[in-house]
Design a protein around this ligand. Structure first.
Ligand SMILES: *[C@@H]1O[C@H](CO)[C@@H](O)[C@H](O)[C@H]1NC(C)=O
Ligand SMILES: *[C@@H]1O[C@H](CO)[C@@H](O)[C@H](O)[C@H]1NC(C)=O
Length: 215
């Protein structure tokens, strides 16, 4: 009887330990939220509101980009599968359509990421004071960059992503106010004045920067 009890206890301890080992995960396919990005040297910051649809591979972003003392607002609707984006200007009802060639990168922990630590943001002293998160590190050969990312243990919600590229430039992204699901799927329907959008090719096509946390 005693042996059986001991066996059961040690088995449940073992299973508990197995269950606790975090695995790389993928964020929910539909997300809305805000993102703050600090570019290297701190001269440029980007503050954006986004809607993310990993099923149809599309992103809507309204971004405020501050470079030193200059500020500009960009409203973009990106269709990764169709490989173009709209740049929308409501104030003069104009819309520019630009082809681009960036791959859609879902918000996720890469499969080969190395689990660094599990920790609590805030405190566990009282309910709702803390958040259990995991941090992961790894290397992306395509961009030759190291990353360190923090996602929640429950729900696989992104919190922060820090990437360091070859030039040792740091890009810091912080997500907040995330909502799982799409409250207003119409954000992916371009305004009617976009049907007559003129097509402009861009050579510098740094479209991925608009969601630089996900590169
Ligand atoms: C509309 O405004 C944007 C940004 O202010 C400007 O770049 C664009 O050329 C304008 N389009 C037209 C058709 O006036
Ligand atoms: C990535 O991390 C490795 C190990 O810490 C380091 O040797 C390498 O220089 C880093 N590369 C970049 C681009 O930061």
């Amino acid at each position: 009887m005693r042996t059986l009890l001991l066996l059961t206890v040690s088995l449940s301890v073992l299973l508990g330990a197995l269950a606790q080992q975090p695995h790389p995960c993928k964020a929910p396919p539909y997300l809305e939220g805000k993102l703050f990005v600090l570019f290297p040297e701190g001269h440029t910051t980007l503050f954006e509101q986004f809607a993310y649809d990993a099923v149809e591979e599309r992103i809507r972003v309204v971004a405020s980009i501050k470079h030193d003392s200059q500020e500009m607002i960009e409203d973009r609707l990106l269709f990764f599968r169709e490989r173009f984006y709209y740049e929308i200007h409501y104030h003069n009802k104009s819309c520019v359509k630009t082809p681009f060639d960036a791959q859609f990168n879902p918000i996720q922990i890469p499969h080969d990421a190395h689990h660094q630590a599990q920790f609590v943001l805030g405190s566990l002293s009282a309910p709702a004071e803390g958040l259990l998160v995991n941090s992961w590190v790894g290397y992306i050969p395509e961009t030759k960059a190291n990353y360190s990312m923090t996602f929640t243990e429950f729900g696989c919600i992104p919190i922060t992503i820090l990437t360091t590229d070859e030039k040792k430039d740091h890009f810091f992204s912080s997500f907040f106010d995330l909502v799982v699901g799409l409250e207003n799927p119409e954000v992916f329907i371009p305004p009617s004045f976009c049907t007559s959008a003129k097509v402009v090719e861009r050579k510098d096509g740094k479209v991925a920067d608009f969601f630089s946390a996900l590169r």
